[in-house]
Design a protein around this ligand. Sequence first.
Ligand SMILES: [Cu+2]
Length: 100
Amino acid sequence: MLRVLVLGLVVSLAAMSLAAAPPKEATVKLEVIGMHCEPCADVIQASLQKVKGVKDAKVSFNDKEAVIRYDPDQCKVETLVQAVRETKGMAEFSAKVKTK
Ligand SMILES: [Cu+2]
């Protein structure tokens, strides 16, 4: 009985400490250079979403930009820029930071 109580206490303490430390999140907007059609945006978006630490990536062909939500503890902006550059598509792509 005591053991069950202690276990319950440990579990609830663990749950509390998880809730107390929410994962970090940052947003960056990149200007994407080299896209010439909608599918270009799709392949870049897919490669950004594969980067570790990226929670969400939206690439807009019309706006020529990528908006990325990521965990700054797990990935850096340079890594995201790199992912755009390394995307194999119908063209050569590059990116630069618009706003952080
Ligand atoms: Cu294209």
